[in-house]
Design a protein around this ligand. Sequence first.
Ligand SMILES: Nc1ncnc2c1ncn2[C@@H]1O[C@H](COP(=O)(O)OP(=O)(O)O)[C@@H](O)[C@H]1O
Ligand SMILES: CC(C)(COP(=O)(O)O)[C@@H](O)C(=O)NCCC(=O)O
Length: 269
Amino acid sequence: MECLVNGANFLLKTVQQEAFTYTDGRKEFVQIDHNDLFPYLLVNIGSGVSMIKVDGDRKFERVSGTSVGGGTFWGMGRLLTKCKSFDELLELSHQGNNRVVDMLVGDIYGGLDYSKIGLASTAIASSFGKAISEDKELEEYKPEDVTRSLLRMISNNIGQISYLNALRYGLKRIFFGGFFIRGHTYTMDTISVAVNFWSKGEARAMFLSHEGFLGALGAFTGYEKHDLEADQSVQRCSAKPSCIDGKLCGTLSSHLNEDENMECRICTS
Ligand SMILES: Nc1ncnc2c1ncn2[C@@H]1O[C@H](COP(=O)(O)OP(=O)(O)O)[C@@H](O)[C@H]1O
Ligand SMILES: CC(C)(COP(=O)(O)O)[C@@H](O)C(=O)NCCC(=O)O
């Protein structure tokens, strides 16, 4: 978890175009003032979801989480469809319509909004709820619609819990990371809508461009702090990541002995 936070802090301080909002299909980069970065809520959507209040470099607390995350989408998707891979599921969800599977507010109230309590007829009243009233088997639903509904349910739930935690700790900014997001527009859109809806427009979800690599980057940037006892031939090691022309580059140098030096350079494409 420390690596994850290190990685997020490093990216937010180093890469100019790292954080962005995603609204109505529009990506807008957010300029982060390095002197006013903390505190923020980091939501990492991997297999499960961790919500971390970050107060500074190496100052953080995991305040919440949910087991309904990326592994849920992948696992349930595999059981409900014949898809073998995450990418296949994601691709299918592009073409689906969740309204075929989800019970909407309008399905309950004769096609009308429930304006008195602020719910539009198109709002989801119950994810997968339509399946209880229709006499249909799983095979009669299109896998596209099922995956779409699943993705929406999970992303919506994460957006909602994230906002409630930001509210609970008085945090103005919520950054979303983790390999589940993968720059997928529908996922980001759903999370953004959920944060917007629950905050009544007060808060906005922000996404990280290098969302899937926070832990790895944090481990890399923290490398020099560890003793390399396992390999005595490597005596000193230092990692120097930087951002050049929008590309993340890292150099890992190892001083093997007085005369020998080894350097490994990694750049994002
Ligand atoms: N190509 C992919 N293969 C597997 N999982 C993927 C892929 N792309 C996105 N994912 C999602 O990423 C999740 C794992 O995210 P990650 O941030 O790597 O966390 P973890 O540390 O749990 O592995 C998977 O559960 C899945 O939902
Ligand atoms: C246990 C984990 C920190 C592991 O991280 P991951 O490999 O999922 O990225 C994460 O899956 C998690 O926070 N799960 C949610 C547990 C909960 O709060 O209910």
